[in-house]
Design a protein around this ligand. Structure first.
Ligand code: SF4
Ligand code: SF4
Length: 100
């Protein structure tokens, strides 16, 4: 069951390192991604913004499969900083989930 977690939303905001609010779900990022990552910016980033932490944690494999090549980012019409957002999510996972 997906639940909104307000603490997670606050934590993400406080970090100042995650911003995907300009995403308009156009699909360009998915179309150009060499890894065929469909979910990452369009859906997963939305889960982060909404605080649906369980869904974010369920998709840890997607977060780590990104190459950080920024091909999506340079083509994004909304200039979403996709790679930096992914880096933030990895740091979050490393600290909070894997405790490293
Ligand atoms: S290309 Fe940019 S605006 Fe379009 S879905 Fe991806 S992140 Fe959102
Ligand atoms: S940075 Fe990640 S999500 Fe973006 S195109 Fe490269 S592999 Fe795909």
């Amino acid at each position: 069951m997906a639940l909104v977690n307000p603490d997670f939303v606050e934590e993400v905001k406080r970090s100042g390192r995650f911003d995907a609010s300009a995403c308009m779900n156009c699909g360009v990022c998915s179309a150009v991604c060499p890894m065929g990552i469909e979910l990452l910016p369009r859906k997963l980033f939305r889960y982060v913004l909404l605080g649906v932490k369980d869904r974010v944690l369920e998709n840890v494999e997607t977060i780590y499969s990104c190459l950080l090549c920024r091909l999506c980012e340079v083509n994004c019409p909304a200039q979403v900083h996709i790679a930096e957002n992914v880096r933030f999510l990895r740091c979050y996972m490393n600290k909070k989930v894997f405790k490293i």
